[in-house]
Design a protein around this ligand. Structure first.
Ligand code: CO
Length: 139
């Protein structure tokens, strides 16, 4: 696939968004960004910034959601790595053609108008990998 533009964000699974936001903002010093509920993905997202780099806190909307099941199985912590790409659908096609296991056949809507797709950790050396097309900044 074409070289990614960079790391779009790193995502952490958390049980309590307010507590996690307070820790990363007040203790670690990250800058607080927007918060958004993504019903389709079963998460509430809090964006934080370390300089230009985004850190995404994910709180599950319920236990029977992907992040809810992740928290149940693995506890809070690193959830996925997101690469910024020019063409999410194209990158997804090339990666799946190369044998990577996609969680969606086509990109789906992500936060703030982005297009996103996920690749299963079993095909990426244990890392849930997200591809993001679009800036992800609030309009
Ligand atoms: Co993400």
């Amino acid at each position: 696939m074409a070289a990614p533009r960079g790391i779009d964000h790193i995502a952490l699974a958390v049980p309590d968004l307010d507590a996690a936001t307070a820790f990363w903002r007040d203790i670690v010093g990250l800058r607080e960004g927007a918060r958004e509920v993504l019903e389709d993905q079963g998460v509430e997202v809090q964006m934080l910034y370390a300089g230009e780099t985004r850190v995404e806190l994910l709180r599950p909307l319920g236990p029977d959601t992907p992040v809810g099941r992740f928290l149940e199985k693995r506890g809070p912590g690193l959830h996925h790595l997101a690469l910024a790409v020019e063409d999410c659908a194209g990158a997804l096609r090339e990666l799946t053609a190369a044998g990577a296991a996609a969680l969606q056949e086509e990109p789906v809507p992500g936060a703030h108008g982005t297009r996103i797709a996920f690749l299963h950790p079993r095909s990426t050396g244990g890392v849930l990998l997200e591809l993001v097309e679009g800036s992800g900044e609030p309009a």
